[in-house]
Ligand binder design. Structure first.
Ligand code: IPD
Length: 280
């Protein structure tokens, strides 16, 4: 059967993600030049830049008209998402983990066509976990189909969120209140410092939900993995509106099902109202 465009994009993305994974794997325990972005908890290394430049360079050569939304080159203001094929790239997600050789770190490539995610790839080359999804074709870990957890009761759920945001003054109170509220209702919480991979853990069924929103979090942290979750049977909501996620508004609740997502949505909203009320 002849390959359609998206097959070709997928093949190229897989090749690029594997090459990038090799760079990540070979550099994780070595010397790196570390630069602070927002603060000492938001880092970039020469390898983030190198991987991103290589991916963009190779795609541009093949598809000069394609667009990019990528962590190290897009800057603070997100471009408009157009109908053109758009490569959404985080060259190293979990850079702080990578700097410490903490093995939860990954390369992320997502592709949107006509403003819809059609391809999502998240690769952790340290633990050899390659998460893939194509729209309508299911989600996979190393080629084996994956499904989200069937748990519907939040008291039996393991929930991830990012306590690291307490480092940002603007997020401190909100984060503390959110952590307290979620911990009260869930069976346990975990915090891994790597958004795309944690969303994939929801897809894999080893975590029931993940809330992610904070300084520095953007489209490249959530777009590819959102497709992986929905293809695995889960849901990804905009944590502000409770509607389906808009990848250009990166504030997400990824969950194994609608029940857990909605419960978490209400808990976070209540925690936020408490903080707003206290500060009046
Ligand atoms: C980081 C991760 C992490 C979050 C950090 C982000 P990066 O992305 O997504 O989950 O807690 O704040 O900076 O910068 O390593 O790609």
């Amino acid at each position: 059967m002849a390959k359609i465009n998206e097959d070709l994009y997928y093949d190229l993305a897989m090749e690029l993600v594997r090459d990038a994974g090799k760079v990540l794997r070979e550099s994780i325990n070595g010397r790196k030049t570390i630069t602070e972005k927002l603060s000492n908890w938001d880092l970039v290394t020469e390898y983030d830049q190198k991987i991103e430049d290589t991916i963009i360079g190779r795609v541009k050569k093949e598809y000069p008209n394609h667009k990019f939304i990528a962590e190290e080159s897009t800057g603070k203001n997100l471009p408009e998402l157009t109908d053109d094929p758009t490569w959404i790239i985080d060259p190293i997600d979990g850079t702080l983990n990578y700097v410490h050789s903490f093995p939860h770190t990954c390369v992320v490539i997502g592709i949107a066509v006509k403003k819809e995610m059609v391809i999502g790839i998240v690769y952790n080359p340290i633990l050899e976990q390659l998460f893939t999804a194509r729209k309508g074709q299911g989600a996979f870990l190393n080629g084996t189909p994956i499904k989200t957890s069937k748990i519907e009761d939040l008291s039996k759920a393991l929930v991830c969120l990012e306590v690291g945001f307490m480092k940002a003054e603007s997020m401190r109170e909100l984060t503390i209140e959110r952590v307290k509220a979620v911990l009260k209702e869930a069976q346990g919480i975990r915090t891994l410092g790597v958004a795309a991979l944690t969303l994939c853990y929801v897809a894999l069924g080893i975590v029931e939900a993940y809330h992610i929103e904070g300084p520095g979090i953007s489209t490249w942290d959530i777009a590819a993995a959102s497709l992986i979750i929905t293809e695995a049977g889960g849901v990804v909501l905009d944590r502000k509106t409770g509607e389906r996620i808009n990848i250009m508004k990166p504030r997400a609740i990824g969950a194994c099902n609608a029940k857990i997502a909605t419960d978490l949505f209400h808990i976070i909203r209540e925690a936020d109202s408490k903080v707003i009320e206290n500060n009046k």
